[in-house]
Design a protein around this ligand. Structure first.
Ligand code: GH3
Ligand code: MG
Ligand code: MG
Length: 337
């Protein structure tokens, strides 16, 4: 059971147009030990407006791939040290490498070699020596997959955002369902659930639990003589005064009409009585201006503490109710146990 709390709103961040352009260019990482082939690849790729990055061996390729997170990896199969297939296998085992489109440059195009390349995780291959038109065509095929991947990622991001918004509005609804709109205090439903929690906690730990029933004096007369709106204004003013005099550990709920319940965990009767008196004083003498009239407000309070002989929560509330009744009988504007 959560106390109603205001929800913070995060401002949306916006990237500049230049940043977005940079992001939408398809990034290709070329891993190739032969400088001449690298230059040839770069020429073809830049002609087609890809953003080209280079690495000269498998290990450097691995590092660059993880850091740059390119859209396409163009990698040579035969390289000293970590060769192309080893690089592909290593990348496919990472989160970043899993969605990468991988195009393998191979010297041989015999079946066994190609099967091994696909099994290592290649998406496509291209034979050496390079035919620039074949490379451009295979890159266009790669682009179809990359675009789908990007759309998928974009949709996933939208879903995440939507789910987050839903969670926020859900939380607001839940909070509203537990809040009294007039005073902003937790409402009766919250009060009952919270009291049950505190009752159980206190029964288990043996720590004291007190509560108070607080009722505005002669409230009907305010309604009857000045109208319901005036009554509402008095209720709000009384609630604000109560809020200002409340200890941090205590909770006040509006349980109905002109009645409030204060829940005081870890509190013996004597301290609860002191707290009750502080609340009563905070409201006593409060004047609310309605038109040209000043209305004086006071409250009567009944206080009770959990006792071993009490069968259940209702017994505790009933005891507090009896205190409030006595306070009214004894002339109002009083705190009684
Ligand atoms: P007592 O000193 O004995 O408490 O007298 P009282 O007139 O305050 O009697 P009681 O507490 O029984 O009266 C509660 C009244 O509160 C009854 C109803 O007309 C009024 N009331 C209940 N809910 C609202 C509300 O939301 N707004 C307003 N303005 N009045 C309300
Ligand atoms: Mg009353
Ligand atoms: Mg009442």
């Amino acid at each position: 059971l959560r106390m109603p709390q205001p929800v913070r709103e995060e401002p949306a961040e916006e990237g500049s147009a230049a940043e977005e352009d940079e992001e939408s260019a398809v990034r290709v990482l070329v891993v190739e030990d032969d400088a001449e082939v690298r230059a040839q690849l770069r020429a073809v790729l830049e002609e087609a407006s890809y953003a080209v990055h280079e690495a000269t061996d498998g290990h450097a390729g691995m590092e660059s791939a993880l850091e740059l997170q390119p859209d396409v990896l163009l990698c040579d199969s035969a390289m000293p040290g970590m060769d192309g297939l080893e690089l592909i296998r290593a990348l496919r085992a990472t989160r970043i490498g899993r969605n990468l489109y991988i195009l393998l440059l191979t010297e041989t195009e015999e079946d066994e070699g190609l099967i091994e390349a696909f099994e290592a995780g290649a998406d496509d291959f291209i034979g050496k020596p390079l035919n620039p038109r074949v490379l451009a065509a295979r890159m266009r095929a790669a682009l179809r997959v990359v675009r789908l991947q990007q759309e998928l990622e974009h949709d996933r991001e939208e879903i995440r955002r939507f789910a987050a918004e839903l969670a926020v509005s859900n939380r607001r609804l839940q909070e509203a369902a537990l809040t009294d709109a007039l005073t902003g205090f937790p409402n009766r439903r919250y009060a009952i659930e919270r009291m049950q929690q505190e009752w159980q906690g206190s029964s288990r730990s043996g720590r004291p639990l007190s509560c108070m029933i607080i009722d505005i004096d002669e409230f009907k007369r305010i309604n009857d003589t000045l109208g319901h709106d005036a009554g509402d204004a008095v209720l709000r003013a009384a609630a604000d005064a109560l809020r200002g005099a409340l200890r941090g550990q205590d909770v006040i709920c509006r349980t109905g009409g002109d009645e409030f319940l204060a829940i005081c965990p870890d509190t013996e009767l004597q301290s609860a009585l002191v707290c009750g008196e502080r609340l009563r004083h905070a409201v006593d003498g409060l004047t609310v201006r309605i038109g040209d009239k000043l209305i004086r407000v006071s409250i009567s309070i009944g206080v009770a503490v959990r006792e071993a002989a009490m069968a259940d929560l209702d017994a505790l509330i009933k005891r507090a109710d009896q205190g409030a009744y006595r306070a009214k009988q004894l002339g109002r504007n009083r705190t009684e146990a």
